[in-house]
Design a protein around this ligand. Structure first.
Ligand SMILES: CC(=O)SCCNC(=O)CCNC(=O)[C@H](O)C(C)(C)COP(=O)(O)OP(=O)(O)OC[C@H]1O[C@@H](n2cnc3c(N)ncnc32)[C@H](O)[C@@H]1OP(=O)(O)O
Ligand SMILES: CC(C)C(=O)C(=O)O
Length: 504
């Protein structure tokens, strides 16, 4: 019988540790619902002790998600474990995930703890966590650089204290696939009662080996794998969920493993995350990059025309890329619109659908055919962040021989405010005008624009990174007019910042 591998998604925790990938509460909830549709086994919703915002996100996800286990990370510290237990109290299936480093390097220089003290802490605090929650995962941080025998003792103690999952992370992406295979095999042979726990891995991508080391660990007997959508995460990121899942599915002959994942939700999950965090998926990204299923050269095209399998090892349909024959446009009615949203995986309240339908009709006046990509972009760009700053109108005077001047009128918490500014180019003139109207100390760190749909009337999505009071937030804006998208993106970042300040 094939072995079922549990998929532990940490996009909302380790993924969020990736610079510029912070998400607000609504964005995290939106991603959590999508992860539930993707059918991951475990959603790591955050690190409850980290901030009031993180606590609230874990609590909201725990309350909302019914079909996945919801986990919260904690150091091996009482107050962290208490915060996780509290945030998870309404979860159908809660998990406290607690960790401590087991490598000499980390114990000596970072924790400043003796190995024996780490072991006593495991006894005491895994037991403590287990008394608060029936499902406890213990991670031995930096396991791949730990002394093997000490690591085995730590895992043995964690299992004895009640951990039902033991995680063996390659925290700094240092191990080779062969070394990970060896390590998992060693643990299986040397940790008493290891069969009472699920063996998990959590591998980083510093040497570009995160997926390879995860697959090697599965081959050696790990039955849970921790990963993130698009491979986002601390430093060079984590092992990419979509790559692991499709490797297991496509090479079932080799791995003889299955997962619970609905692979037809993969594309949607990855593109949704990319839009939310404002980070494009590289064209050559495995599985979900724009080129992953394209054939450019003659010999390949000839081969694919003769027999698809000559150059395609999986189908675009298997990850949820579907071609639709029904064209949505300005003559479409609400039923067809709603039906398409449902088929795209959106379950939205009536009120949201009504708001979107209005936006859809406005878009149809600007754009002849509205594709699924347009619709997804429209839904994703419909901000759930309260609009403290709202664009009323803008006028720009620009040219190649004059500096651009922008007049921008905003509604700030219902109050009409207008200002004018000169800048190097029309976008920066608009941003300067906005900055003049705002008391916030805003600094634009990054700006990017891309066409999210095709044709002359394509929708342009602008993503910005803005720093304010030491926090970097992303914002995005969508319009057929790139100046409007640019202003909307800036306002989106500002609104997120104000919401975060209000939450804190
Ligand atoms: C490998 C990983 O990805 S681990 C997860 C990393 N993620 C994060 O750190 C994001 C969230 N973190 C935070 O918000 C903060 O770091 C907090 C709230 C957890 C702690 O903040 P602070 O109390 O200000 O401590 P700070 O982060 O500066 O230092 C970490 C402290 O925890 C200790 N520590 C680190 N890991 C552990 C652990 N697993 N168990 C027990 N103690 C630990 C460190 O030794 C240090 O202790 P010290 O303050 O006595 O010197
Ligand atoms: C907390 C653990 C699982 C971690 O994130 C790591 O080791 O990278």
């Amino acid at each position: 019988m094939s072995q079922q591998i549990k998929i532990f998604d940490t996009t909302l925790r380790d993924g969020e540790q990736s610079p510029g990938c912070s998400m607000n509460l609504n964005e995290k909830l939106k991603m959590a619902r999508q992860l539930e549709r993707l059918r991951v086994d475990i959603i790591e919703a955050g690190f409850a002790i980290a901030s009031p915002g993180d606590f609230e996100s874990v609590a909201a996800i725990a309350q909302t998600i019914k079909d996945c286990t919801v986990a919260s990370l904690s150091r091996l510290v009482k107050k962290d474990i208490d915060a996780s237990a509290e945030a998870l109290k309404n979860a159908v299936s809660p998990r406290i995930h607690t960790f401590i480093a087991t490598s000499d390097l980390h114990m000596r220089y970072k924790l400043k703890m003796k190995p024996e003290d780490v072991l006593s802490q495991i006894d005491e605090l895994v037991t403590y966590a287990r008394n608060l929650c029936p499902d406890v995962e213990f991670s031995a941080e930096d396991a791949s650089r730990s002394d093997r025998d000490f690591l085995c003792r730590a895992l043995e103690r964690a299992i004895r204290a009640g951990a039902s999952t033991v995680n063996i992370p390659d925290t700094v992406g240092y191990a080779t696939p062969e070394e990970m295979f060896d390590l998992i095999s060693y643990i299986k042979n040397n940790v008493p009662n290891i069969d009472k726990a699920t063996i998990s891995v959590h591998n980083h991508n510093d040497l570009g080996l995160g997926v390879a080391t995860s697959l090697a660990s599965i081959k050696a007997g790990a039955t849970q794998v921790e990963c993130t959508l698009n491979g986002i995460g601390e430093r060079a990121g984590n092992a990419a969920l979509e790559e692991i899942v499709m490797a297991l599915k496509t090479r079932r002959d080799f791995f003889d493993c299955t997962t619970r994942i609905d692979t037809t939700q993969i594309y949607r999950s990855c593109t949704r995350l990319a839009r939310i965090i404002g980070q494009d998926i590289p064209n050559n990204k495995a599985i979900v990059g724009a080129n992953a299923f394209l054939h450019e050269s003659g010999i390949h095209q000839h081969g694919v025309l003769a027999k698809r399998e000559t150059y395609e090892i999986m189908t675009p349909e298997s990850i949820g890329i579907v071609k639709n024959n029904i064209v949505l446009g300005k003559h479409s009615g609400r039923h067809a619109f709603e039906d398409r949203l449902v088929s795209l995986g959106y379950q939205l309240p009536e009120e949201a659908i009504a708001k979107l339908f209005e936006k859809f009709k406005v878009l149809c006046d600007r754009k002849k055919d509205v594709s699924d990509y347009d619709l997804e972009a429209l839904v994703e760009s419909t901000s759930h962040t309260p609009e403290h700053y709202k664009l009323d109108r803008f006028v720009i005077n620009s040219g190649n021989t004059i500096r651009a001047t922008a007049i921008v009128r905003l509604q700030i918490d219902g109050r009409e405010v207008e200002d004018v500014a000169i800048g190097d180019g029309p976008i920066f003139a608009c941003y300067k005008a906005i900055e003049k109207m705002s008391p916030l100390n805003l600094k634009l760190e990054d700006y990017s624009i891309r066409s999210v749909t095709e044709g002359e009337d394509a929708l342009g999505q602008v993503s910005v990174k803005v720093t304010c009071n030491g926090k970097t937030l992303t914002g995005r804006g969508l319009s057929t007019d790139i100046l409007e998208s640019s202003i909307l993106a800036y306002l989106h970042a500002i609104n997120k910042f104000i919401s975060l300040e209000k939450q804190a």
